[in-house]
Design a protein around this ligand. Structure first.
Ligand code: ARG
Ligand code: ZN
Length: 844
């Protein structure tokens, strides 16, 4: 039941207007629809086909006359006149029984919706596809205090509220919320002088966690005006926090709905990282108003059209609000951890997939994060000025459209005169290109030769060369930059670039700023890496050099039983001590490659990774570093304590991240003494959680675990952290048992995706624990996926990706995982979502 991009056909009928009336009731909600249809002159003709799932049809009428359509579990069909007509239907649904959190459901007694991608069909019969756009009027009848929908408010009174959305939209942007909510209000005046009412709506008790999100919203609105010239287009913008939510948030027109973890923040309960993520997600959803809502996608194959661009825009925003290099480094860490992993395994797919079974399975790192990298490469290739000119044309030409990647590329071709046929391969070909580099120096001329190839991915064996922007700089042996950053445009399978008039052989800094999502393959000496770590002017490559040194040190320990590399420790020590460097950057430089990163590195270089050996090596290196850096750690810890009142900005959070990196060095030697002090005196969650994790790591966490629970038992979001910390920091042999024990805790529930992820997702984050050779980690996860699937297929399917790397491991582990995959697949009535994921992961 796969569907194909190549099979796209326009809809037979278009919709001019939708009127909906909701009579809300947990078990028996009635939805009355009145929809103006007309035949699509460009459509294929034929009967009216409406999507509909889990609906009880009470009655249907066409132009006022009762009709009896043919109903199946997926929708209905009906012969209709070849002229405009009005469809009316009444259906019944039961939001209280909707545990999939898709369509209209209830979360802590409040009604809310999630329609992207195909949830609207669980609300009423409709052509539930993004190329059908219509204006909506909504009337909500209910005794709930607050009743919200898209657009501008209309009349309201005793037991009802009406909303009118003047902007045509696809059904996936529909939203409704009703419940006992309190607002945190504000206003924003747009650049043309229009006042917009802003609200963040929360459950009573969460009012004190809205201020930061509101500031982030106002900054986002201003930034989109300043940088992209985009102004808001309704009288009101509402955000609602919902506890039970499958994803981060959703950009419904004028009524964004957020997972409460992605909007609620206070210094006592949220870490600096939480604050930064919340600011980014608020920006992301707000930016969708233009890139997603005013210009939407023709079909779900084009998902990256809105997601890649909007992720790119939110990353630009964060870079502007905070530190550009730190944001870039953070993003590349995540890209490699999630997208490279996906691109190099059985779930690899193009940024624009050519087919899918369940679209919810394609809200992936590839579509989002690699999709954003493609926008960044385009911008690098055409230059900033041309980029913004192309974007202006995009907004002008496609406002109100359901557009495609072809439309997107065409605006760049039309404004720049460039042929983007080769660039388009980035959208169509899966897999991470490898770029091998060799160099040559003679008579003052330095030559860099690049060779690209992309390994096969499922369904795609041969991949022609792509255009790759490679940003390069050159340093002289004494550390001066002799060639500032220059973008080399690689288009051939093998290509050389020369630099003249050099008095000595330079040291190259390649792929500055991570100018393309590729893997560079080059034999580099550790001396050269240490040199770049000390001298590179490009902050990304400076960080990268240190990361490569650390990775090499760890690989040598794991593979050859080497001792911790003194040269690496010296180099990172020098960076940590260098007060001319940004503290946030120094904290990042103290980070180590993840266990998963090391497993992939070993696998790529012909060694079967042993998760326990990886864990041991990291522990040993951390300990050796702590011993060598003892004095520095003590100095940094004292120097970077923040005495001013808490602010979640880049400056303070940078200081705290370096102080907490120092704490984890100290913690290796003092058995948790300093961490206990910090835990006992912390007045913000960043400090408290860092100390808590040090105590757990030192095996001294029992008292803190009890104290943390007692302090925060009434705060769901903080208790999620409590679950997660215990599982993530469990020793490898205890991880599965710790997760299992926590699933017995009275606060564990699999109905809340955040709590489920905090427990079982945390197990998969504990790599050595998850992959423990006993197989207990695999077994626990499979048990719970099988249990969750009938309730919430979307979250179940997403979490199956924990198994995607299974082919890297030894026969024993492969056998253990394979039997779990088979066990999941053999489950009666397994959802299509999970079936698709497990089948793809398992392969044949
Ligand atoms: N469009 C939302 C966002 O990126 C995510 C919605 C995800 N929905 C889903 N069914 N996977 O902001
Ligand atoms: Zn998005």
């Amino acid at each position: 039941q796969a569907i194909y991009l190549a099979d796209y056909t326009p809809p037979a009928h278009l919709v001019d207007h939708v009127s909906l009336t909701f009579r809300l009731d947990p078990e028996k909600t009635r939805v009355l629809s009145r929809i103006s249809f007309r035949p699509n002159p460009e459509g294929p003709g034929g009967p009216l086909r409406l999507d509909g799932e889990d609906l009880t049809l009470i009655s249907a009428r066409i132009d006022g006359a009762e009709v009896t359509p043919q109903v199946t579990p997926r929708g209905l069909t009906m012969e209709v006149p070849d002229a405009p007509f009005t469809w009316e239907a009444e259906v019944e649904i039961a939001p209280i029984n909707n545990t999939a959190l898709e369509g209209l459901y209830m979360s802590n007694g409040m009604y809310c919706t999630q329609c992207e991608a195909e949830g609207f069909r669980k609300i009423t019969y409709y052509p539930d596809r993004p190329d059908v756009m219509a204006t909506f009027d909504v009337r909500i009848e209910s005794d709930e205090k607050i009743k919200l929908s898209n657009g501008n408010p209309g009349q309201s009174g005793d037991g009802f509220a009406e909303w009118h959305d003047p902007w045509p939209k696809p059904a996936y942007l529909f939203a409704l919320v009703a419940g006992d909510l309190i607002n945190h209000p504000d206003t924003f005046t747009t650049k043309s002088g229009k006042d917009v009412e802003l609200n963040i709506w929360v459950r009573p008790g969460d009012e004190h966690k809205c201020a930061f999100g509101m500031e982030a919203l106002k900054k986002s609105m201003k930034w989109d005006e300043d940088v992209y010239g985009r102004e808001y287009d309704l009288d009101i913008f509402n955000i609602v926090a919902v506890d039970d939510f499958n994803m981060g948030a959703m950009e419904n027109k004028g009524l964004n709905i957020f997972n409460s973890s992605a909007v609620l923040a206070s210094p006592e309960t949220s870490t600096d990282m939480n604050f930064e993520r919340i600011e980014a997600i608020i920006a992301h959803e707000y930016f969708h108003n233009w890139t997603g809502n005013r210009i939407t996608c023709r079909d779900w194959f084009q998902l990256c059209l809105k997601e890649g661009l909007t992720v790119f825009r939110d990353a630009q925003f964060t870079a502007d609000m905070r530190s550009e290099p730190v944001k870039r480094i953070d993003d590349v860490i995540t890209l490699r951890a999630r997208q490279f992993r996906e691109d190099n395994g059985p779930l690899a797919h193009p940024v624009r997939p050519a087919s899918f079974v369940e679209i919810n399975n394609f809200y992936t790192a590839t579509v989002y994060e690699k999709g954003a990298e493609l926008i960044g490469m385009l911008k690098t290739l055409v230059g900033d000025e041309a980029y913004y000119k192309a974007l202006d044309l995009y907004f002008e030409r496609h406002d109100g459209d359901a557009a495609t990647i072809e439309d997107w590329l065409k605006v760049f071709e039309d404004t720049t005169g460039r042929d983007l046929a080769q660039f388009k391969r980035w959208y169509e070909d899966a897999g991470t290109p490898r770029v091998a580099v060799s160099e040559d120096y003679a008579d003052g001329t330095y030559t860099l030769t690049f060779e690209q190839h992309t390994p096969p991915t499922p369904g795609q064996d041969d991949k022609p060369p792509r255009v790759i922007p490679i940003a390069v700089g050159l340093l002289s042996p004494n550390g001066d930059e002799v060639q500032p950053t220059k973008v080399l445009e690689m288009t051939e399978a093998r290509q050389s670039f020369t630099f003249d008039n050099l008095s000595s052989k330079p040291i190259p800094s390649i792929l500055r700023g991570f100018s393309a999502p590729v893997i560079i393959e080059r034999d580099t000496s550790n001396d050269e890496r240490a040199f770049l770590l000390a001298h590179d002017t490009d902050p990304f490559n400076k960080w990268e050099a240190g990361r490569d040194l650390a990775r090499n040190a760890l690989v040598a320990m794991i593979r050859d039983g080497a001792a911790p590399d003194e040269a690496y420790i010296d180099a990172v020590h020098t960076v940590a001590r260098d007060d001319s460097l940004d503290p946030a950057f120094r904290a990042l430089a103290l980070g180590l490659p993840s266990q998963d990163d090391l497993a992939q590195t070993l696998f790529d270089t012909g060694t079967t990774p042993d998760p326990q050996a990886i864990w041991d090596a990291i522990e040993t290196l951390r300990h050796a570093r702590a011993e060598r850096m003892q004095d520095t750690a003590t100095r940094l810890y004292a120097q970077f304590q923040v005495s001013e009142p808490y602010r979640p900005d880049a400056e303070q959070s940078g200081a705290r991240s370096l102080a907490n990196a120092a704490l984890s060095l100290i913690n290796r030697l003092d058995g948790g003494a300093q961490a206990q002090k910090q835990f006992d005196t912390a007045d913000n969650m960043t400090q408290q959680l860092a100390a808590f994790s040090c105590l757990l790591q030192a095996g001294k966490g029992d008292a803190a675990t009890r104290a943390f629970y007692d302090q925060w038992q009434n705060d769901r979001l903080v208790i999620d952290k409590w679950f997660m910390m215990q599982v993530v920091h469990a020793a490898p042999e205890d991880a599965a048992a710790t997760a299992a024990r926590l699933t017995e805790h009275p606060d564990f529930t699999m109905k809340n995706p955040n709590r489920f992820r905090a427990t079982l997702g945390a197990l998969t984050m504990n790599a050595a624990g998850f992959h423990h050779v006993s197989g207990a980690g695999y077994d626990r996860l499979a048990d719970w996926l099988i249990r969750l699937d009938p309730l919430n297929p979307q979250t179940t399917a997403r979490m199956c990706s924990a198994f995607e790397t299974w082919r890297r491991y030894d026969d024993t582990r492969q056998g253990l995982i394979k039997s779990q995959l088979d066990r999941i697949l053999a489950t009666p009535n397994l959802s299509p979502d999970t079936t698709e994921m497990v089948t793809r992961i398992r392969g044949s």
